[in-house]
Design a protein around this ligand. Structure first.
Ligand code: LAN
Length: 762
């Protein structure tokens, strides 16, 4: 049976950790694990998923829950069983909360974090499998059980038309179909198996795999089933450009790009510059013939460079790109094999090793993780760097009832745990939740980044990290503005609770370091971006070559990040009123102006990292509310409330489709409302004080949440809740527990018990 392991040490002496692997998430197959009943139950859950796969694309993290079954059975509280009344009183809501917290606590790990599936994108696992195959270690990393589960995942997420989407809920794309087809073949499916036949038909009907996006072209070229001549150049020499702004050309230096974009194109350009290609095997020779409707030898590679299926085209290339790529394509004839190329490749490897070492080989994300590993192998196949990469591959894999997937990060541990602390503390039921908060406190404490990355930071284009919180684990270690803010708020929330119940507070000095990082994130426009300051201009987006992703070049200011920083600074200054007080006032003022400036005419904010307007309204509203604004005093908050009230549905909830993210227009979900959207909308309305105007929408929202709660205290996993780069969706498996708890707790306190506004924020 598959076993989830937290803080596991598997990986031998090459696995390095700063804190004994706290937060590390891995899955291992142990044939002896579990009782026969549990194994049968796992099989039943798998079958159930597959039976409903065309209706419900999102798995519910049932294997993780199954592993916690004993604890769930033994827990003290369950939600009340009778029908939920239309006007529940405080006691009734309290009973639902107790059931919810008791359930959620059962998922918490010994190191204090709440694990969960962070899958969703469908383009990650194929890249990994192609890289492992190329490096000759596929069978070493993927046991037969890994392969079986990966193939299960493919079967479960193939669309009815035979293609695969960019993410589990998306329509078929060439990117998804081409890569997943190749993965199926590398994992052992024959070309005449149903899955392959249908996927091939989908591709051939649309011109074949030359129409795959540029990232897809890259992976196919690595495997040797697409020609490097069919790629727009990924010129590694860009790393040798002057970095200074005043040179003009310095604006094009990758050091100014959004870190995720920079860190992906870094190893990509190394591999491209080296033409790092898998040695041909009978299998790759066969795949080469299968991907295209015409013979491989007949493909016009120059024309293929700019081909892209219409299903994939979210951000079409502007004309300047075509001109630029054409010029660089010509330049390749001179650059390849030149001394300049050697210099550029050495520069790339320097940055790759720095990134690997400073993240303990986790790397910033799933894409650069895999390509860095490949680059290390190309540099030195038997080398230490490559060996150190291997154990960290497992940090990205997740197993659920829909199969084995690759996650969008090495988890969302700190992010979820910080939210969980705030949500559970809001319920105020300490006798039920103290133990859980105490453990979460340990995780928050353990995952703060307490030292800088290796010097000199500027030579590696790195922002400061000391005092920040990461999204996942300390070993990952990249600082993020809103993760730092949520980590800080969690620490401050816990500092207000009795030490004998929730453990000792994190020292003020460490909180000061965090405040220092948060303040450093403020951009010229007053807002905060994700990992770094905004380093270039929006117009550079015309160089975005990744057809399926929007806005990848620049780290912009976002309402989510800015609001999280505002609420964190406000909470901080309540407890530490004299620390950098004047700076704080100035910074908050500018951040407020930024948030106001990006509110839409209709009163909403657009969400870049969650679905979508309900998510961003929660941030926009709480940001302004923390600064003392209310429904009565503030026009912006009145408009936001009107927007949300207008979107409430007949069942009392809110339900927003992921289409909101890509279309940038509010889009209602089909079917039931969504518990997570409902909670966000309620939290936003409560923050602005709408309950004092009309508590009815909040009452209806609360009743919806209570009716959706399951007898175990859990909530169902509905549609996908996260997003990145406008177009790709990502799972946040913990949201279904965290946000209903938070919203119900807040509703109970403000509306039913009529307590004053949140203790820590305003
Ligand atoms: C994440 C995950 C966390 C997320 C929040 C903290 C929630 C957000 O508020 C700020 C942005 C951030 C840090 C974020 C950015 C984009 C990421 C890293 C991801 C969505 C996880 C995966 C995604 C990454 C870009 C996926 C790889 C694809 C590329 C286009 C490079």
């Amino acid at each position: 049976m598959w076993k989830f392991i937290s803080a596991g040490k598997t990986g031998g002496p090459l696995l390095r950790s700063l804190n004994d692997n706290k937060g590390r998430q891995t899955w291992e197959y142990d044939p002896a694990a579990g009782t026969p009943e549990q194994r049968a139950e796992a099989e039943r859950l798998r079958e159930e998923f597959t039976a409903n796969k065309d209706k419900h694309h999102h798995s519910g993290d049932e294997l993780l829950r199954l592993q916690c079954a004993d604890r769930i059975r033994a827990k003290k509280h369950s939600p009340p069983s009778g029908p939920v009344p239309d006007s529940p009183d405080a006691e009734r809501v309290e009973d639902h909360l107790k059931g919810a917290i008791s359930f959620y606590e059962c998922l918490q790990q010994e190191d204090g974090h709440f694990p969960g599936d962070y899958g969703g994108p469908m383009f990650l696992l194929p890249g990994l499998v192609i890289a492992l195959y190329t490096c000759g270690v596929l069978d070493q990393i993927f046991t037969p059980m890994h392969k079986k589960e990966a193939l299960r995942y493919l079967h479960n997420h193939q669309n009815a038309d035979g293609g695969f989407g960019l993410h589990i809920e998306g329509g078929s794309t060439m990117f998804g179909t081409g890569l997943n087809y190749v993965m199926a073949r590398l994992l052992g499916l024959g070309p005449e198996e149903g899955l392959c036949v249908k996927a091939r038909e989908w591709m051939h009907a649309r011109g074949g795999a030359t129409y795959i996006t540029s990232w897809g072209k890259f992976w196919l070229a690595v495997l040797g089933v697409y020609s490097w001549d069919g790629m727009n150049p990924l010129t590694p020499e860009m790393w040798l450009l002057p970095h200074n702004k005043w040179t003009g050309i310095g604006m094009l230096h990758p050091g100014r790009f959004w870190c995720h974009c920079r860190m992906v194109y870094l190893p990509m350009s190394y591999v491209y510059g080296k033409r790092g290609t898998c040695q041909e095997t009978p299998l790759t020779a066969a795949i080469r013939q299968e991907l295209y409707p015409m013979p491989y030898g007949k493909i016009d590679w120059n024309a293929a460079r700019n081909q892209c299926a219409k299903e994939d085209l979210y951000y079409p290339h502007p004309l300047v790109q075509d001109v630029l790529w054409w010029a660089l394509y010509k330049a390749e004839n001179v650059l390849q094999g030149s001394w300049l190329r050697r210099l550029a490749l050495a520069e790339c490897m320097k940055h790759i090793h720095y990134e690997d070492e400073n993240t303990r080989y986790v790397d910033i994300g799933p894409v650069n993780k895999v390509i860095n590993m490949l680059a290390c192998w190309l540099e030195e196949p038997g080398g230490k760097a490559f060996q150190k990469h291997l154990p960290r591959v497992h940090d990205y894999l997740w197993v659920a009832e829909d199969g084995l997937k690759m996650q969008g990060y090495n988890g969302s541990q700190l992010w979820d745990t910080s939210f969980a602390v705030q949500a559970i503390a809001e319920a105020g039921l300490l006798p039920v939740s103290a133990r859980c908060l105490r453990k979460a406190h340990e995780y928050v404490e353990q995952s703060q980044v307490i030292e800088e990355a290796a010097p000199p930071l500027s030579a590696y284009y790195r922002h400061i990290s000391k005092g920040a919180w990461p999204f996942s684990s300390r070993d990952h270690g990249w600082p993020i503005s809103d993760c730092s803010s949520e980590g800080l708020k969690a620490a401050l929330t816990l500092a207000l609770l009795p030490e004998e119940l929730v453990g000792p507070a994190i020292s003020p000095e460490r909180l000061y370091d965090c405040v220092n990082v948060i303040l450093s994130y403020q951009n010229a426009d007053g807002g905060m971006a994700t990992y770094e300051n905004t380093r270039s201009f929006h117009w550079l987006e015309i160089l975005n070559p990744a057809e399926t992703f929007g806005d990848i070049i620049v780290d912009y200011s976002y309402v989510e990040c800015t609001s999280a920083c505002i609420t964190a600074l406000c909470a901080f200054r309540k407890q530490h009123p004299t620390h950098r007080a004047a700076e704080m006032v100035a910074s908050l003022k500018r951040a407020e102006a930024f948030i106001r400036s990006i509110q839409r005419q209709d009163g909403s904010w657009y969400g870049s990292w969650g679905v979508c307007f309900t998510y961003a309204c929660w941030f926009g509203a709480t940001g302004l509310a923390a600064l003392g604004h209310t429904y009565q005093s503030d026009e912006a908050l009145r408009r936001c409330a009107a927007f949300l009230v207008d979107k409430q549905r007949a069942d009392g909830g809110w339900g927003e489709s992921y289409l909101s993210c890509q279309d940038k227009v509010y889009s209602q979900l089909e079917g039931d409302s969504h518990v997570v959207n409902t909670a966000w909308a309620m939290l936003a309305l409560l923050a602005v004080g709408y309950h004092q105007v009309d508590p009815e929408p909040l009452r209806r929202g609360a009743v919806f949440l209570m009716r959706m709660q399951q007898p175990s205290g859990d909530w169902p996993q509905q549609h996908i809740s996260g997003v990145f780069n406008r177009n790709c969706m990502i799972t946040y498996a913990n949201y279904r527990n965290i946000f209903p708890i938070w919203a119900l707790g807040h509703f109970r306190r403000l509306v039913l018990l009529r307590e004053p506004e949140i203790k820590i924020h305003s």
